[in-house]
Ligand binder design. Structure first.
Ligand code: UDX
Length: 480
């Protein structure tokens, strides 16, 4: 009798920075000949399909949606594809009703679901769904191994009464002390455990972190060549992973075409900013983008813009959700007249931008997807982290890998000054040889990791499915 192909259901957390890499994972799974369903909220489907097209995802992914739990119309509204504060406020909650609906989808699936792969931020209800239906749950972790090591270590910290963490505290993650990165300041780990964060948010994060220890496996969007100690710590250190949840580094989760030397992501629709980049000299432009959600305040945007102008460097700047209104008077007009800069008001075709020969640097909020996208193309970064694990990511980029330039905050008002910005733009574009050569090495390592990623994914899935089969057989045996 022919054996049925396992059917895997991928369920991301409802935010762009989580949905996009989960989509690439789903595509990779479909490429491995698994049956794959990808589940998102109904209002996200259009965006997801757009990204699937842009990233040339495997056409065999089946899209399914959760329809009952919905943010309000105002919360959903987002003109450009970027997520609003209101929408993120809605997403950042327990939402067990999603679990009820997911259970219905799993029960109705044909062929039956063999395993669910869900985001770490959904553990509080997704683990219950998996347990009730007797199917394994694998965690999809979209951020770096360092953050995952911390995420797992949170349970230990809770038991030792070390939570919440005080703002001035240093956090030592066992097993990664010699990486040159630990200890981390409290805001360089995941800032959601800080005493200054509202309790309801802390509880959401900690509950998920604790429940993630019950999973059958964990896949992380990183690769050992850039985070060796974190990967070893997660897979082997009993203080971090006492249940020995099988771990695998599966990054970089990027489209296959991104690794083709001269032919990145053909499927993107051509847009105006790419035509503008075509007219710029090689490695002369700084691309500025803070991901799908983060936005700087007026004073900080002003300093950035004035530093940029003083540096006389060319730029392509994604200005979303009203950020354009915060620019100093006449800034964009001067840049347009002098043909030295361009604003993107909507969702930028980031993969194509980072692949363009004219882009010489990326000023980033250090979201992990942006980081992986930049390093996989060998583009040096200027790091301007905002929240979450981004300050830790900045340390990985600048201190550990040496592929970026940091921005010191001014002690007085905690702002990054225009002078710091000016120096950073010059450092990356004019004097960036060292970071550029290191970035070129990391790019090669990313390419090598990309090639072995499918095999690693397949091995983990097979291991989890096999161990679930043995468990089920054991249960039946006990029953009879
Ligand atoms: C967040 C966190 O910052 C990140 O660290 C975590 O790992 C996942 O969630 P986000 O802030 O949106 O994500 O940043 P990032 O991780 O960089 O993801 C943004 C994604 O959107 C990237 O894949 C980027 O290419 C894409 N994007 C963003 C565009 O394609 N166009 C845009 O205009 C903006």
């Amino acid at each position: 009798m022919e054996e049925e192909v396992p059917h895997l259901m991928v369920v991301p957390y409802s935010a762009q920075g989580h949905m996009i890499p989960a989509l690439v994972l789903a595509s990779r799974l479909a490429g491995l000949d698994f049956e794959v369903s990808y589940v998102c909220h109904d209002f996200r489907l259009e965006q997801v399909k757009r990204e699937a097209k842009a990233r040339a995802c495997n056409p065999h992914i089946k899209f399914q949606t959760l329809k009952k739990n919905f943010p309000s119309k105002e919360q959903q509204e987002s003109s450009s594809g970027h997520d609003s504060m209101e929408l993120m406020g809605w997403a950042f909650g327990f939402h067990p009703e999603d679990g009820v609906e997911l259970k219905e989808l799993i029960s109705a699936a044909n062929p039956p679901i063999s395993c669910i792969i869900t985001d770490n931020l959904l553990a509080s209800w997704a683990q219950d769904v998996a347990d009730e239906l007797n199917i394994p749950r694998i965690i999809f972790y979209p951020s770096p191994g360092m953050a995952l090591a911390f995420h797992f270590y949170v349970k230990n910290m809770l038991h030792q009464n070390k939570l919440p963490v005080r703002v001035q505290e240093l956090v030592r993650i066992p097993g990664i002390d010699s990486a040159g990165l630990s200890p981390l300041s409290s805001d360089q780990v995941i800032d959601l455990i800080l005493e200054t964060v509202p309790k309801v948010m802390r509880d959401f994060y900690v509950t998920n972190a604790v429940r993630d220890h019950e999973a059958a496996g964990v896949m992380c969007n990183t690769f050992a060549a850039i985070e060796e100690e974190a990967c070893i710590a997660v897979s082997e250190n009993p203080q971090i992973n006492p249940n020995k949840v099988p771990f695998v580094d599966i990054g970089p989760l990027l489209p296959d075409s991104y690794f083709a030397e001269d032919n990145a992501c053909e499927d993107y629709d051509k847009v105006e900013c790419l035509a503008w980049l075509d007219e710029q000299p090689t490695a002369s432009v700084v691309y500025i983008s803070f991901g799908s959600f983060a936005r700087a305040n007026r004073k900080q945007i002003e300093e950035l813009a004035l530093g940029l102008e003083a540096s006389e460097k060319r730029f392509l700047w994604v200005l979303h959700n009203g950020a354009e209104e915060l620019l100093p008077e006449g800034f964009l007009e001067r840049a347009t007249t002098n043909k030295t800069g361009m604003a993107v008001r909507k969702w930028a075709p980031q993969l194509l931008v980072l692949s363009h020969r004219a882009v010489g640097g990326f000023m980033t909020h250090c979201g992990w997807n942006s980081t992986m996208e930049s390093l996989s193309r060998g583009v040096p970064m200027i790091t301007m982290p905002f929240y979450g694990e981004q300050r830790g990511n900045a340390r990985i980029i600048v201190e550990h890998l040496g592929i970026g330039v940091g921005l010191a905050k001014d002690g007085k008002d905690g702002l990054i000054t225009r002078i710091a910005f000016e120096q950073a733009f010059r450092a990356v574009i004019d004097e960036g040889e060292l970071v550029r050569s290191k970035a070129a090495q990391v790019k090669q390592a990313a390419r090598a990791a990309f090639k072995v990623s499918p095999r690693k994914i397949k091995d983990l899935i097979n291991k989890v499915l096999e161990s679930n089969r043995s468990r089920q057989t054991g249960l039946q045996f006990k029953f009879f």
